[in-house]
Design a protein around this ligand. Structure first.
Ligand code: FES
Length: 158
Protein backbone atom coordinates (compact mmCIF):
# COMPACT_ATOMS: atom_id res chain seq x y z
CA UNK A 1 0.00 0.00 0.00
CA UNK A 2 1.23 3.50 -0.82
CA UNK A 3 1.57 5.25 2.51
CA UNK A 4 3.20 8.48 1.39
CA UNK A 5 1.64 11.46 3.09
CA UNK A 6 0.84 14.14 0.52
CA UNK A 7 0.11 16.99 2.94
CA UNK A 8 3.63 18.44 2.95
CA UNK A 9 3.80 18.34 -0.85
CA UNK A 10 0.42 20.06 -1.18
CA UNK A 11 1.60 22.84 1.15
CA UNK A 12 4.80 23.29 -0.92
CA UNK A 13 2.86 23.42 -4.19
CA UNK A 14 0.38 25.94 -2.82
CA UNK A 15 3.17 28.14 -1.52
CA UNK A 16 5.32 28.06 -4.68
CA UNK A 17 2.93 27.59 -7.56
CA UNK A 18 2.49 31.23 -8.58
CA UNK A 19 6.19 32.10 -8.41
CA UNK A 20 8.61 32.16 -11.30
CA UNK A 21 10.52 28.91 -11.76
CA UNK A 22 7.94 27.24 -9.57
CA UNK A 23 8.33 23.73 -10.93
CA UNK A 24 12.02 23.38 -10.08
CA UNK A 25 11.55 25.03 -6.75
CA UNK A 26 8.67 22.65 -5.95
CA UNK A 27 10.74 19.62 -6.96
CA UNK A 28 13.67 20.79 -4.81
CA UNK A 29 11.53 21.37 -1.75
CA UNK A 30 9.67 18.09 -2.20
CA UNK A 31 12.97 16.24 -2.37
CA UNK A 32 14.16 18.00 0.77
CA UNK A 33 10.97 17.00 2.54
CA UNK A 34 10.75 13.35 1.37
CA UNK A 35 14.42 12.64 0.64
CA UNK A 36 13.53 11.79 -2.98
CA UNK A 37 10.75 12.36 -5.52
CA UNK A 38 8.09 9.70 -4.97
CA UNK A 39 6.10 8.79 -8.08
CA UNK A 40 2.81 9.55 -6.37
CA UNK A 41 4.00 13.07 -5.54
CA UNK A 42 5.22 13.66 -9.11
CA UNK A 43 1.68 12.88 -10.33
CA UNK A 44 0.30 15.24 -7.72
CA UNK A 45 2.68 18.02 -8.79
CA UNK A 46 1.62 17.62 -12.43
CA UNK A 47 -2.06 17.77 -11.51
CA UNK A 48 -1.85 20.69 -9.13
CA UNK A 49 0.53 22.82 -11.22
CA UNK A 50 -1.41 22.00 -14.39
CA UNK A 51 1.70 20.78 -16.15
CA UNK A 52 1.71 17.66 -18.33
CA UNK A 53 3.25 14.70 -16.47
CA UNK A 54 5.78 14.41 -19.29
CA UNK A 55 7.05 17.93 -18.52
CA UNK A 56 7.36 17.25 -14.79
CA UNK A 57 9.23 14.00 -15.47
CA UNK A 58 11.49 15.60 -18.08
CA UNK A 59 12.39 18.44 -15.71
CA UNK A 60 13.08 16.08 -12.80
CA UNK A 61 15.16 13.76 -14.99
CA UNK A 62 17.21 16.60 -16.46
CA UNK A 63 18.83 17.62 -13.16
CA UNK A 64 21.16 15.14 -11.50
CA UNK A 65 20.27 16.54 -8.07
CA UNK A 66 16.92 14.76 -8.18
CA UNK A 67 16.53 11.16 -7.15
CA UNK A 68 13.57 8.86 -7.75
CA UNK A 69 14.31 6.33 -5.04
CA UNK A 70 14.83 6.77 -1.31
CA UNK A 71 18.47 6.77 -0.18
CA UNK A 72 19.93 3.89 1.73
CA UNK A 73 20.38 4.03 5.49
CA UNK A 74 24.04 4.88 4.93
CA UNK A 75 25.10 7.29 2.20
CA UNK A 76 28.70 6.79 1.16
CA UNK A 77 30.33 9.79 -0.50
CA UNK A 78 33.59 9.05 -2.26
CA UNK A 79 35.74 12.14 -2.70
CA UNK A 80 36.97 12.65 -6.24
CA UNK A 81 38.82 15.92 -5.56
CA UNK A 82 42.40 16.37 -6.75
CA UNK A 83 44.13 15.35 -3.51
CA UNK A 84 42.00 12.23 -3.21
CA UNK A 85 42.26 11.46 -6.89
CA UNK A 86 46.06 11.36 -6.82
CA UNK A 87 45.92 9.26 -3.66
CA UNK A 88 43.90 6.50 -5.32
CA UNK A 89 40.26 7.54 -4.87
CA UNK A 90 39.17 5.89 -8.12
CA UNK A 91 40.43 2.53 -6.81
CA UNK A 92 38.31 3.05 -3.69
CA UNK A 93 35.28 3.72 -5.87
CA UNK A 94 35.95 0.54 -7.87
CA UNK A 95 36.19 -1.51 -4.68
CA UNK A 96 33.01 0.00 -3.29
CA UNK A 97 31.10 -0.64 -6.51
CA UNK A 98 32.32 -4.22 -6.48
CA UNK A 99 31.66 -4.82 -2.78
CA UNK A 100 28.19 -3.30 -2.85
CA UNK A 101 27.22 -4.55 -6.31
CA UNK A 102 25.99 -1.11 -7.38
CA UNK A 103 27.26 1.76 -9.48
CA UNK A 104 27.73 5.34 -8.40
CA UNK A 105 24.33 6.99 -7.84
CA UNK A 106 22.62 3.72 -6.92
CA UNK A 107 21.26 2.19 -3.74
CA UNK A 108 21.67 -1.43 -2.68
CA UNK A 109 18.53 -3.60 -2.85
CA UNK A 110 18.48 -3.98 0.94
CA UNK A 111 18.44 -0.16 1.15
CA UNK A 112 21.50 -0.18 3.40
CA UNK A 113 23.91 1.80 1.21
CA UNK A 114 23.73 4.59 -1.37
CA UNK A 115 26.94 5.31 -3.27
CA UNK A 116 27.78 8.85 -4.43
CA UNK A 117 30.82 10.82 -5.50
CA UNK A 118 31.61 14.39 -4.48
CA UNK A 119 34.11 17.01 -5.59
CA UNK A 120 35.92 17.66 -2.28
CA UNK A 121 34.98 16.79 1.27
CA UNK A 122 37.16 19.55 2.71
CA UNK A 123 39.64 17.32 4.56
CA UNK A 124 42.26 16.87 1.83
CA UNK A 125 45.09 16.17 4.31
CA UNK A 126 43.34 12.85 5.01
CA UNK A 127 43.22 11.84 1.32
CA UNK A 128 41.84 9.58 0.09
CA UNK A 129 38.63 10.18 2.00
CA UNK A 130 35.12 8.82 2.02
CA UNK A 131 32.24 9.99 4.15
CA UNK A 132 29.53 7.71 5.48
CA UNK A 133 26.58 9.78 6.62
CA UNK A 134 28.28 12.42 8.81
CA UNK A 135 31.56 10.60 9.51
CA UNK A 136 34.74 11.01 7.44
CA UNK A 137 37.13 8.09 6.98
CA UNK A 138 40.59 9.11 5.78
CA UNK A 139 43.94 7.71 4.63
CA UNK A 140 42.08 4.78 3.20
CA UNK A 141 43.29 1.73 1.39
CA UNK A 142 41.10 -0.73 -0.49
CA UNK A 143 41.43 -3.19 2.40
CA UNK A 144 40.40 -0.59 4.96
CA UNK A 145 37.34 0.27 2.86
CA UNK A 146 36.31 -3.39 2.68
CA UNK A 147 36.63 -3.66 6.45
CA UNK A 148 34.55 -0.52 7.02
CA UNK A 149 31.77 -1.83 4.77
CA UNK A 150 31.82 -5.15 6.60
CA UNK A 151 31.58 -3.39 9.95
CA UNK A 152 28.54 -1.44 8.77
CA UNK A 153 26.95 -4.61 7.39
CA UNK A 154 27.49 -6.40 10.67
CA UNK A 155 26.12 -3.52 12.71
CA UNK A 156 29.45 -2.87 14.40
CA UNK A 157 29.26 0.78 13.47
CA UNK A 158 26.73 3.38 12.34
S1 FES B 1 40.20 16.35 -2.40
FE1 FES B 1 39.30 14.83 -1.18
S2 FES B 1 38.88 15.85 0.67
FE2 FES B 1 39.61 17.39 -0.65
Amino acid sequence: MDTIDTQAAIAIIERENDKQGALISILQQVQEEYGYLPEKILHLIARRTQNPESKVMATASFYSQFRFEPSGRFTIKVCQGTACHISGASKLLDVLEEELGIAEGETTKDRLFTLETVACLGCCSLAPVIMINETAYGRLTTNKVKKIINDFRNGRTG
